[in-house]
Design a protein around this ligand. Structure first.
Ligand code: LLP
Length: 427
């Protein structure tokens, strides 16, 4: 579900034509729909409302302060994973009491910063980290609160680079070692381990891996409770998939909730979730213009002005993003909801960027309507891990971010300039 629709033959983001934005701010440009963002946040919050879950938006997926502000205003908390993300969440008006700090490699400075602002909890990933957080909290005369991240050893059936919950991944503590860890660190002076955390991967298209992981976590909590440990919350992580290809590819979060709520209801501990992609994925598109066309061997290339520095997901994870002209010819106008479909009188092309690498592509062997120099294309479902993973590679200034709210839009991050590219360098 999103608010990117074709009206009168052209793509609109809510009430604003994509072409108007592209003309006024240039391309490439990220465009977000506020209504889509909030719709998905509310969908998650409502789905898990029966267990009164705390939703901590995973800021790594798309961290623009304006988007975070809109979410914070709805009561959303934040999952942060670096000092920079903590700073960003605070700038957005996020409540530290609704923030959790995750990540396998927290530095002492980062731990101090989090403790000093009164972050709700750390998600802790190793025994050495436990000892270090205890020591750093002690040096500040504070008591830290943490959840132990367990590795439940389930297969989330996602890309090898984004699967996190299998034995041998760098994340968490093996579930069969967790009881020993709780015993060993039962009486720390400056750290209370009161929760359990897991995150099995991203994006996860199936329900069963969640059910398996949560079932294992609940059994572990039962064993820990028997041994006298007080577990106050269970954090299920994020990972819910979104529609990259068509409107029915990913399950709505209500389906995940339907499977998980029976396991969670009535438990004496709180529930937390850390969705990123589900909230922002379909809320953003990347607008890019066709620069040139060329043929090479049997291939037809459409060269556009967005490259792998703007959207690295296709080359990094072989991920598919639906791409379509914002003003297709009449036969190729889409229904209200965009969906993967074969173009009428189309062609099969590689959509590639200007970067000097063969890995610089947005789509390979993709059937598309015919396009010409100057045509505007929309790369859909680019809200999550799009701008967030963009870079200045090839010294390309990063694209602007635009937020549409009804009939109006605002540039919420300006296009970088050449001066920005060298601003941190010392001559
Ligand atoms: N919690 C933890 C501990 C995580 O590591 C992540 C994502 C999330 C929550 C949020 O996951 P989400 O709900 O957004 O799926 N760059 C990759 C995805 C990497 C995910 C990293 N961790 C991509 O573009 O597919």
């Amino acid at each position: 579900m999103d608010f990117f629709t074709y009206q009168n033959g052209e793509l609109y983001c809510e009430g604003v034509p994509a072409e108007k934005i592209a003309r006024e701010v240039g391309t490439p440009a990220y465009v977000y729909s506020k209504a889509t963002l909030l719709h998905h946040y509310r969908q998650v919050a409502d789905a898990f409302n029966p267990v009164n879950a705390t939703i901590c938006y995973s800021i790594k997926s798309c961290g623009n302060i304006n988007l975070c502000k809109a979410l914070a205003a709805e009561g959303c908390g934040f999952d942060v994973t670096s000092g920079g993300e903590l700073f960003r969440a605070l700038q957005a008006g996020g409540d530290p009491k609704k923030m959790i700090y995750a990540g396998v490699g927290k530095t002492d400075d980062e731990i101090r910063e989090a403790l000093n602002v009164g972050i709700a909890a750390f998600n802790i990933e190793s025994e050495e980290e436990i000892e270090n957080i205890d020591a750093v909290a002690g040096s500040l005369g504070k008591t830290a609160v943490g959840a132990l991240r367990i590795n439940p050893d389930v297969d989330a059936k996602t890309h090898v680079k984004t699967t996190t919950g299998r034995k041998g991944n760098k994340f968490g503590v093996d579930i069969d070692r967790a009881e020993g860890v709780f015993e060993k660190y039962r009486n720390l002076k400056h750290l209370r381990i009161g929760g359990l955390h897991l995150h099995i991967g991203s994006p996860v298209y199936e329900i069963q891996p969640y059910v398996d992981a949560v079932t294992k976590a609940i059994a572990l909590i039962d064993r820990l409770t028997e041994r006298g440990h007080k577990i106050e919350w269970l954090d299920l992580g994020g990972g819910f998939a979104v529609n990259y290809k068509n409107p029915d590819q990913a399950l709505p979060v209500t389906e995940h909730a339907k499977a998980l709520l029976p396991l969670l209801q009535g438990k004496p501990y709180r529930i937390a979730l850390e969705p990123g992609r589900y909230i922002v994925g379909n809320a953003g598109i990347l607008l890019t213009r066709v620069l040139y066309r060329k043929a090479s061997g049997s291939k037809q290339f459409v060269i556009v002005d967005a490259g792998m520095n703007d959207l690295i997901r296709p080359t990094l994870y072989e991920s598919y993003h639906f791409i379509w002209p914002t003003k297709p010819d009449a036969a190729n106008v889409l229904d209200a909801r965009h969906e993967e479909r074969a173009p009428v009188n189309g062609e099969t092309v590689d959509v590639v960027g200007p970067i000097c690498e063969s890995g610089d592509f947005l789509a390979k062997d993709r059937p598309l309507p015919h396009t010409r120099r100057g045509d505007l294309l929309s790369v859909f479902t680019a809200g999550a891990y799009g701008f967030a993973m963009s870079s200045n590679y090839n010294n390309r200034p990063r694209a602007p971010e635009v937020l549409v709210d009804g009939e109006t839009y605002k540039v919420i991050r300006r296009r970088e300039t050449y001066e920005d590219l060298v601003a941190a360098e010392r001559m």
